[in-house]
Design a protein around this ligand. Structure first.
Ligand code: BES
Ligand code: ZN
Length: 606
């Protein structure tokens, strides 16, 4: 009976509604890729050999179902013999099912030859002209959430783990990098080999190719970027090694051997992406003063939360992002002090409360639930700050309640025990109740754990840190609006202080005040992308035309969705800037990544 009890405690099942994979019968254990990048046709072509792991009696497994999206399948074979296959109907959200009939001898490997579609959502192809040196074209991929299927046939579920190896063939003179160990390269021939022998979810398979240089930071950390950017990037991220050390001290060994980062061209649609061994990052983090490195801490933290212990389905996404955001702030605190980490959280808490209000009025009020219902939707459709900051603040409440010693011991043990495994919300809560709460039901109810995870909104026991700094920025905003006096506004504020000040300005700011601020603090010329963005938001809602050229330039020179979406939305909602939004987009759209294009298309109703 004891074993049965234990089994029920640990046995967990889940259904990922965003994959066609028949994962109960067979799993994909390894993908061996041999791919050629054709920059002229914007097509990746080659082969993917899949090693199968039968989950039940082989004889009973008659087929393997994979996810593909607009892949042109040229052949499917096993041991050189053609296999029968069918391709299901394509839908925009899910792509299609590739249904492969297995022959009687139930092969351990199948091989697929294919070509990608030029519009594959995971891939952005940049022309020479879109790069800094303009010598070579560029390509990079973005798998999360369910885009890997647009360039690799696979069981594209975060609940499936695969090892992979790859041969990547690029035009001579170009460099390819992947989220994997680099094997020997024949750079002169344009052939690059990679191996990732640790099984990872397919959304973490990533590739970039272009004119790429490298600068070492430590024996296990370094930065890749276009040659003109690499020095600046390495300076900005010089603390990478220190970050690893701090993270290891908190929650145990770094298990991915190296941590490199690649600074991509400005159209990269995210701040950062935690591709294992090789974080992908936007150049908008290069502020020149290392003030935006929290994103690097965040992506590093994913090496535990997300890449080691992975959300089973996209409804469990908060297990990746909430844990990571909490961990990110612990790294920031350790390296740069408690005040910085708390300011980051306070900024986030404010957005969080606004997010919930907007959601309550939207057609998806349920999106403020941590365990989000994504039935009938694309996972990215439910994307918001909720999994990040409601998640992180739930953990902060536990930390505050139980104390750091007990909480950290629990979290470290969680990462160790579930390393390289998949986690569901339900299962994590059971572990938490047993190991952190030690079964204390009264405390469980008192903290309202289930309300935090399974209900809408923000429970009112969220811990709100006190910040002297933000008291000052808020007072400065008030005084400035009332009297026009700027004594409280400080040139040497850190980024978070500026953001809090700008976010504390009222809905409407007079032209006179806008001009005064801009004149004294040169906000329209801000080189810091976060500050420019926050200022741009104030400018758009107040019809402050002197900032419009800078906004146009910003939206044209980078494609980070976190900046694009709110700015386009604000411009579109203001009748006076609606046309400007469309004009800018008409020009800029072709430079954006397909994922960003899709988001802005929706906002502007294209
Ligand atoms: N994994 C995310 C990026 C992501 C999420 C890509 C969902 C596709 C779908 C990454 O770790 C992330 O959260 N990046 C943030 C940075 C962070 C400091 C909040 C970003 O890109 O802004
Ligand atoms: Zn993240």
């Amino acid at each position: 009976m004891l074993t049965l009890g234990l089994l029920t405690m640990f046995a967990y099942s889940f259904k990922d509604i965003h994959t066609f994979g028949n994962t109960d019968e067979v799993l994909t254990e390894r993908l061996s890729l041999d791919l050629t990048l054709d920059f002229e046709k914007k097509v990746i072509h080659g082969s993917c050999e899949i090693t199968l792991a039968y989950q039940t009696d082989k004889d009973k497994v008659d087929y393997v179902d994979l996810d593909i999206s607009r892949l042109d399948i040229e052949s499917v074979t096993a041991n050189g013999k053609a296999l029968t296959y069918y391709i299901g109907k394509h839908t925009a959200d899910m792509g299609s099912r590739l249904h492969i009939m297995l022959p009687a001898d139930k092969p351990d490997k199948i091989r697929i030859e294919y070509r990608t579609h030029p519009g594959a959502e995971a891939v952005q192809w940049l022309s020479k002209e879109q790069t800094t040196s303009k010598k070579f074209p560029y390509l990079f991929t973005q798998g999360q959430s369910i885009f890997t299927r647009t360039w690799i046939p696979c069981m594209d579920s975060p609940g499936v783990r695969v090892a992979y190896d790859a041969v990547i063939r690029v035009p001579k003179g170009m460099t390819a990098v992947m989220s994997a160990y680099h094997q020997q390269h024949d750079a002169a021939e344009g052939i690059f080999r990679f191996d990732m022998d640790i099984p990872i979810p397919p959304y973490l398979i990533a590739l970039a190719a272009g004119e790429i240089a490298f600068k070492k930071i430590s024996d296990r950390a370094g930065v890749y970027a276009e040659p003109a950017v690499v020095e600046k990037a390495a300076w900005e991220f010089a603390d990478m090694e220190k970050m690893i050390q701090v993270a290891e001290k908190l929650y145990g060994d770094y298990r991915w051997k190296r941590w490199d980062a690649i600074v991509l061209p400005p159209s990269f649609p995210f701040g950062g992406m935690e591709n294992p061994m090789l974080t992908f990052a936007t150049p908008t983090l290069i502020a020149g003063d290392r003030s935006l490195v929290n994103t690097m801490a965040h992506e590093l933290a994913h090496s535990w939360s997300g890449n080691l212990v992975t959300n089973a389905t996209w409804s469990d996404f908060w297990l990746n992002e909430g844990f990571t955001t909490y961990f990110e702030r612990r790294i920031m605190e350790e390296l740069y002090g408690k005040e910085i980490a708390e300011m980051d959280n306070l900024l986030a808490q404010r957005d969080l409360i606004e997010d919930v209000e907007t959601m309550n009025k939207s057609e998806h009020p349920g999106d403020s639930i941590l365990y989000i219902d994504l039935k009938g939707r694309h996972p990215d459709d439910g994307f918001s700050g909720i999994p990040y900051d409601k998640g992180a603040n739930f953990l902060l409440l536990l930390e505050t309640t139980f104390g750091r010693e007990r909480f950290d011991a629990w979290l470290k043990n969680y990462f160790d025990t579930w390393a390289f495994k998949t986690m569901t919300t339900d299962h994590m809560l059971r572990l938490m109740k047993r190991d952190l709460f030690k079964g204390d039901d009264a405390m469980w109810r008192k903290l309202r754990v289930e309300e935090w995870v399974y209900e809408k909104g923000i429970p009112d026991n969220m811990v709100i840190p006190e910040s002297d700094k933000f008291e000052k920025t808020r007072a400065a905003a008030k005084t400035f609006i009332k009297s026009g006096k700027t004594d409280g506004v400080k040139k040497d504020w850190v980024t978070a202080e500026w953001l809090d000040f700008l976010n504390s300005l009222p809905e409407q700011v007079s032209r006179e005040r806008m001009e005064a601020l801009d004149k004294q603090f040169k906000l329209t010329d801000a080189g810091n992308s976060e500050i420019l963005f926050a200022w741009g938001m104030v400018a758009v809602r107040n019809n402050y035309e002197p900032a419009y050229d800078a906004i146009r330039d910003f939206l044209t020179r980078m494609g980070r969705r976190k900046f694009l979406s709110p700015l386009y939305r604000a411009m579109n909602e203001n009748p006076k800037t609606q046309k400007m939004a469309r004009d800018i987009y008409k020009n800029a759209r072709s430079g954006y990544h397909p994922i960003a294009q899709a988001s802005i298309d929706k906002i502007l109703g294209r």
